[in-house]
Ligand binder design. Structure first.
Ligand SMILES: [Zn+2]
Length: 280
């Protein structure tokens, strides 16, 4: 038996069930979440390898690529330290030929975007080169798919708990453009009083928190989770989840009514009221 196969068998003997589809199906593969492509030189933090069935592992390859490209493009200081970004962008163009049509802003759109944010290009720079991107439907769909997997991965990593398919997960997310507009990470600030763990993430002593970092909170009854995650300077996720089906959905519905306006800070991505179809 090869070394790789032996390691896989050993891993699966300790982690028997796929954590992505409810914890009832036997796992046969290892899924990396976040995807390794998101990290410079594919150096992903230790332990972010999860037991997965084949369908769950194959389900999100396009979405993983979109998320990795956005995380890198949105972190200009280090997002392309390994020189892989252009190759990844080309790969995305092959997989999703329509993607860039709506993702990369036209000159007019770029100028409007930048004006709205109150930012001006430097000398010799165009508005398009400022890197403010259009968040299109495909990006939104990819983030939803990714957030669902990430929540399950982090929860398993931190607590050993596995979300069932009928349990609720809800998402709020924002980009660096929102941070400029709001003058800070508003939602993180609102939630800063909630206790949680923010682990140092590393592999071979390389600290990776600049690329991926999170705060994980779990209620005493192990029923509610809250994850606040940062992907470099690019985008930010807040995911809340509940292991009692229907409970969180009702709570969110009530919050929505209390706010008395057409704004729901959290979108249900799994559970009652979630969009059941994988958006394309
Ligand atoms: Zn599965």
């Amino acid at each position: 038996m090869g070394e790789r196969k032996r390691k896989l068998q050993q891993f699966l003997s300790q982690h028997k069930k796929c954590i992505f589809c409810g914890g009832t199906v036997n796992a046969t593969t290892i899924e990396h979440c976040p995807p390794r492509a998101l990290f410079q030189n594919r150096t992903a933090p230790d332990g972010f390898e999860f037991p997965s069935c084949v369908p769950c592992n194959n389900y999100s390859s396009d979405e993983d690529l979109i998320v990795a490209v956005i995380a890198r493009m949105g972190s200009p200081k280090f997002g392309d330290s390994d020189g892989k970004l252009v190759g990844m962008m080309k790969a995305l163009n092959r997989q999703r030929p329509e993607f860039y049509k709506t993702f990369l802003p036209s000159a007019t759109e770029a100028r409007a975007n930048n004006r709205q944010l109150g930012i001006e290009p430097g000398t010799g720079m165009t508005h398009q080169e400022m890197g403010v991107l259009n968040i299109n439907d495909e990006t939104r769909a990819a983030i939803r798919v990714f957030a669902k997997k990430l929540a399950k991965g982090i929860t398993y990593f931190e607590s050993g708990l596995i979300f069932k398919n009928e349990d609720c997960l809800a998402l709020n997310w924002f980009t660096n453009a929102n941070v400029i507009k709001d003058g800070g990470h508003k939602v993180f600030e609102m939630l800063s009083h909630i206790n949680g763990v923010t682990p140092e993430l590393s592999r071979n002593r390389v600290i990776l928190n600049n690329q991926f970092e999170y705060k994980f909170s779990l209620s005493d009854d192990k029923n509610l989770i809250l994850i606040q995650a940062k992907f470099g300077e690019s985008f930010f996720l807040v995911i809340t989840g509940c292991m009692t089906p229907g409970h969180l959905e009702d709570l969110l519905e009530k919050t929505h009514q209390d706010l008395e306006r057409d704004y729901q800070p959290f979108e249900i991505i799994q559970g009652k009221g979630a969009n059941p179809v994988k958006p394309r």
